[in-house]
Design a protein around this ligand. Structure first.
Ligand SMILES: Cc1cc2nc3c(=O)[nH]c(=O)nc-3n(C[C@H](O)[C@H](O)[C@H](O)COP(=O)(O)OP(=O)(O)OC[C@H]3O[C@@H](n4cnc5c(N)ncnc54)[C@H](O)[C@@H]3O)c2cc1C
Length: 470
């Protein structure tokens, strides 16, 4: 694959930040037109390992639209991806694709997949610059953007462009540059390692998911015969248990009733590394001259295994939005933002349903956070608080201690829960309202607060808005 170097002060029409699945889909879709100059900047060079080794067969339509289906078939083994789960009980259940009994998927060689997309992008006239990191994006007074980039050797360059597609994954380059709030629904992390079998290879394995008190383990066979093993948990739980220490991580794996047996012959030579897996959503999905795609606009719990197909279809949408913005009235962004929001709410509902199926550890923090139900109305008023007599000392379940402390301070006598939430949101824009309500509920349960009882009608259920449960 050849990539062209950036000359100083380059001028392009569309600049794509990040060369993962969403950026590549956007770039290839844009190049269906031959009047747009597209430059893509990618921090890595496709040699670094990325988690995510399965692809739902639903992705086929998007790959066909991008005219890369033949290349995809030629570069992948097209091996069927099947999963077994011990979730809700110790018994293993066979499923099609992750938690979908009728779903189908392929084992994905992730690096080969991204290289294949990158090759197609370059062959169709796109400019790709690897090992180049975007540092700042500044809007020009006369329109368009001035973007500062840094090469692996530390050299800095400037790129001018009319439009930006932010495909930088969870890093969200535009979000951080424009200081936009990301709504973060949980703090899930994955602590994982690649393993090698003492004899044979992992092709004989199926993907396995096994729940435990402090989270869940995910084992995925890789196309090169190795196996990816990831423990999903929350950062506070993981820190307390010191799961990033190789010997602790291994001992926990060994203790798992199903996986402990199956992983006996697997060797790990690296130290487990941690990666963010939280669910998040960017309300401001774009603006007049930019749009966010893939994980940069909405990111999902790996239990859903929907990240790559969603990233690909977001990328295609973004290409239309960019063209609409540059050559027409720019009205497509609104419907895109609405569909991202609707899809995310739908996803939250599905995710919540997955976690409801595991009932073995109702008291454990990891599960209590994910199975909680909101039971108070926003019209309820605060009738008593105990600021001066008590101090919050115990780590709360739904919020961090300092967030809970501030929430408590917002709970003034006579105020409605709605007012409390509005005040709290001024400071904590990234905390979804439902989490804050769960925090108030916890203050009530632990005796720090009393509220007037209200009709149940106004209540919302867990972590999403009422309308999608109706
Ligand atoms: C543990 C785990 C397991 C998963 N398993 C699956 C799975 O089995 N199936 C599935 O479909 N999905 C899975 N996912 C989700 C999937 O990996 C993501 O949804 C998908 O990668 C999103 O694609 P993207 O292009 O938006 O972002 P990314 O793939 O993250 O690509 C973003 C790119 O931007 C680059 N970048 C970042 N910052 C900059 C910068 N400043 N300058 C230049 N470049 C930059 C990065 O190097 C990266 O290549 C999993 C995720 C995790 C964490």
């Amino acid at each position: 694959m050849t990539t062209q170097p950036i000359s100083t002060a380059q001028q392009v029409d569309v600049l794509i930040l990040g060369g993962g699945p969403s950026g590549m889909a956007a770039g290839i879709a844009l190049l269906k037109r031959n009047d747009i100059k597209v430059l893509m900047l990618e921090r890595g060079d496709y040699t670094e390992y990325k988690f995510g080794e399965s692809l739902s067969t639903n992705a086929r339509a998007t790959l066909e639209y991008l005219d890369v289906w033949k290349q995809f078939e030629a570069s992948q083994s097209m091996q069927k991806f099947c999963s077994q789960v011990a979730w809700g009980s110790e018994d293993l259940r066979q499923l099609g694709y992750m938690f979908n009994p009728n779903g189908k998927g392929w084992v994905l060689d992730r690096s080969r997949f991204e290289k294949m997309l990158a090759r197609a992008f370059v062959e169709r006239g796109g400019q790709l610059q690897l090992q180049t990191q975007v540092t700042t994006c500044t809007r020009q007074p006369a329109g368009g953007w001035c973007v500062e980039v840094k090469s692996a050797l530390g050299q800095t360059h400037t790129v001018f462009c009319k439009y930006i597609i932010d495909a930088s994954g969870r890093r969200g380059v535009m979000r951080t540059n424009l200081n936009l709030a990301l709504t973060v629904h949980d703090r899930l992390i994955g602590v994982g390692c690649i393993g090698v079998l003492a004899q044979g290879d992992a092709h004989s394995f199926e993907s396995q998911v096994e729940a435990c008190e402090y989270g869940w383990w995910h084992v995925t066979p890789m196309s090169d015969g190795r196996v990816s093993v990831v423990l999903m948990s929350d950062p506070d739980i993981a820190n307390q248990m010191q799961v990033c220490r190789a010997e602790v991580w291994r001992a926990l794996l060994d203790q798992m009733p199903v996986l402990g047996q199956q992983m006996k012959e697997v060797f790990f030579t690296e130290t487990p590394r941690s990666t963010p897996c939280y669910s998040s959503y960017l309300q401001e999905a774009g603006g007049l001259d930019w749009v966010a795609v893939g994980d940069a606009v909405a990111s999902f719990d790996p239990i859903a295994s929907t990240g790559i197909p969603t990233a690909l279809s977001n990328g295609i949408h973004a290409a239309f939005i960019a063209v609409d913005s540059m050559f027409s009235k720019g009205q497509l962004l609104k419907t895109y933002a609405q569909s991202i929001e609707q899809d995310f709410k739908q996803y939250l509902q599905t995710q919540w349903q997955y976690y409801q199926r595991e009932t073995r550890w109702p008291e454990a923090k990891f599960w209590a956070r994910r199975r909680a139900v909101v039971g108070i109305a926003k019209t309820a008023t605060i009738v008593s608080t105990h600021y001066y007599e008590q101090k919050l000392v115990k780590a709360p379940v739904h919020l961090k201690l300092h967030e809970m402390q501030d929430l408590w301070l917002c709970c003034e006598l006579g105020k409605s829960l709605k007012e409390v939430l509005e005040r709290f949101a001024l400071r904590y824009r990234y905390i979804p309202e439902q989490k804050a309500i769960l925090g108030v509920q916890e203050l009530i349960e632990t005796g720090f607060l009393e509220i007037s009882t209200e009709e149940e009608e106004d209540c919302v259920f867990f972590n999403t808005e009422r309308l999608i449960f109706d």
